[in-house]
Unconditional design. Structure first.
Length: 382
């Protein structure tokens, strides 16, 4: 294994670690914010499902690898080792810096900013495929947070539209098999008589508050909203891993050929990158999780569930279609959407403004860091 390839693996590992530290929060913040579980349990849960998503990405997210491979460079443009190294460094450095300050930023945005900045300097403005950048990168990144916000608002309004059908305290669905009884009428010694005869069973499904369901339907299968919340959190984390791991793998694979490494196992590359994402999640995932869970808005279990359900759906669809939907933007948009349905004071507008500013700054900041790293790399290569 060449030293050049080891260097690129280290840079890819660093970017993936930063991604895990910043992005694990996007699937689990609603679990903590709505009081379902503790930070530690939520982070371990999110990390485990991120690992599953990252490994699934090797099979299901090949379109994403193509998009972030040479898909953003003009036809005929050949990547160079300094440019690839600088792209990895610029994106990773910005995400790590944001994580240290607790800002939830988009790794996708950071990669795009660093890649475009470095490519424009290294290959010239004509070296960037601007049409692909607009249609497959910028548009999904701009639309996804707004789509998430609106879908969460719509979900919550539909859910709560009929207050008589679904009371605010409803958080449990009970399914119970009950014997069917048939009333039989007959004559006994000249007087009418009646009897109840069991005849088979029927399934009865009811909704209500969990403590009432437990008391009234002790033998029923009870599915609480919290259970569904755990499932949507896991689904969001799987989608995040499946969405982000291919982007980083796509950046390090060209370095193998350029550095004379020869054929490199794509599966092994996914394993390394996924391991780094999990390490970042477990070791450094608390800071950003706390911001999203506590400092954006108060939320109950229904609002948290709705935000996670929408996030999982949009990010999974993006990964399958090769659209680099930002988990940060989608999940944050969902949480903000939930906050808009509460009292005016529940949504922390100062935090929301800070998040929006970080999103705007991410592209130029990562581009500047990438260009700076490229200049340094060129000096060392002579």
């Amino acid at each position: 294994m060449s030293l050049t390839w080891l260097l690129f693996l280290a840079l890819g590992f660093g970017l993936a670690y930063a991604n895990g530290a910043n992005d694990v929060s996007k699937g689990i913040a609603t679990l903590v914010g709505s009081g379902v579980t503790s930070y530690r349990r939520a982070i371990l849960w999110g990390s485990a499902w991120t690992a599953a998503g990252g490994l699934l990405g090797a099979v299901l997210a090949t379109a994403m690898v193509a998009t972030f491979g040479n898909g953003l460079l003009a036809s005929g443009t050949m990547p160079t080792l300094p440019a690839v190294a600088a792209t990895l460094f610029g994106a990773g450095a910005w995400v790590l810096a944001a994580t240290r300050t607790g800002l939830p930023v988009s790794t996708t945005h950071a990669i795009v900013g660093s890649l475009v900045g470095v490519a424009a300097v290294a290959y010239g403005v004509e070296g960037v495929r601007w049409s692909a950048l607009g249609g497959k990168i910028v548009l999904p990144l701009l639309v996804s947070p707004l789509a998430s916000l609106l879908l969460v608002v719509l979900t919550l309004r539909v859910w709560c539209a009929d207050a008589t059908a679904v009371s605010p305290g409803t958080d449990c669905l009970c399914a119970e098999l009950r014997p069917a009884t048939v009333a039989l009428a007959s004559m006994h010694r000249g007087a009418p008589a009646a009897a109840l005869v069991e005849g088979g069973a029927h399934l009865r499904v009811v909704t209500g508050e969990s403590h009432a369901c437990a008391a009234e339907h002790p033998r029923a299968l009870r599915l609480k909203l919290d259970h569904l919340h755990w499932l949507t959190s896991g689904a969001t984390s799987v989608a995040r891993g499946m969405n982000d791991a291919p982007k980083i793998v796509a950046l390090i694979l060209p370095a193998a050929a350029l550095g004379g490494q020869g054929a490199v196992s794509v599966s092994a590359s996914f394993l390394v990158i996924t391991s780094a994402m999990v390490a970042g999640s477990v070791i450094a995932g608390l800071r950003v999780t706390r911001v999203l869970a506590e400092r954006v808005t108060a939320m109950d279990h229904r609002e948290g569930f709705a935000a996670n359900l929408v996030t999982a759906t949009l990010v999974t669809a993006g990964a399958a279609l090769g659209l680099p939907v930002s988990t940060t933007h989608v999940s944050s948009g969902g949480i903000i959407g939930a906050g808009t349905q509460r009292r005016a004071g529940d949504l922390n507008k100062k935090t929301v403004r800070g998040m929006a500013l970080a999103w705007v700054v991410t592209l130029p900041a990562s581009a500047m860091l990438g260009v700076l790293a490229y200049a340094v790399a060129r000096v060392f290569r002579g």
